[in-house]
Design a protein around this ligand. Sequence first.
Ligand SMILES: Nc1ncnc2c1ncn2[C@@H]1O[C@H](COP(=O)(O)OP(=O)(O)OP(=O)(O)O)[C@@H](O)[C@H]1O
Ligand SMILES: [Mg+2]
Length: 230
Amino acid sequence: MTEPVFRLENLHKSYKREGREDLEVLKGIHLEVGEKSFLTIVGKSGSGKSTILQLMAAFDKPTSGEIWFRSQNLSVLSDVELSTYRNRSIGFIFQFHHLLPEFTSLENILLPGLIRQEEKRQVLENRAASLLNLVGLSDRADHKPSQLSGGEQQRVAIARALMNQPEVLFADEPTGNLDSGNSELIFSLLAKIHSEYETTLVVVTHNLELARMGKTMLEIRDGMFAEGSN
Ligand SMILES: Nc1ncnc2c1ncn2[C@@H]1O[C@H](COP(=O)(O)OP(=O)(O)OP(=O)(O)O)[C@@H](O)[C@H]1O
Ligand SMILES: [Mg+2]
């Protein structure tokens, strides 16, 4: 069997609270995410879905337990190594697009490549243009985020997350802000990315119907993955 992309071992996450006992959100999560998975995570509001994603993307650290990305234990990496991991190995799509308002669609997509500083500008620009084409927005290249619809903003954010050709793409409620038509479009786009680029996807959503578009669905309940969810 091939090595999993991610392995979460007995992961706990508690939040400290002033004058009150800690809030224990994750209570011993075990998870293996195999190569080329399309995993969706569902659960009630407050169940810890964003928390898991933020730990896997190394935006935050677990209270205890381990997260392995291939042969790397994320908890022993330095801050510099973690930045490299975030810039190269993963892409992240947020509920709200987090595009930079003063830059055009094309420039927003280009930025992670410029930060990485490894390829020629022309190569990066060509890739950014082809990603814009992938998300169906070639004719919006020079629009700033305020000149795009909500669905279009989210599609630009998806293209940006793909700029450095990540192995894993995380999305936290990527359709939380959109109507049902746009939500389906975003999920179809994720499915297309999954099949064309073989990117491993880990997607959090409230929407059960959309979650079923994934290959594996897990429900988080009481700080653990619920029995029988798959
Ligand atoms: N920094 C923090 N400090 C204290 N408590 C926090 C913090 N971040 C999150 N929480 C709490 O942890 C719990 C899990 O939060 P999380 O954001 O992971 O939920 P979620 O499943 O993503 O919910 P939603 O579907 O509403 O986005 C919530 O009850 C929240 O109030
Ligand atoms: Mg959340």
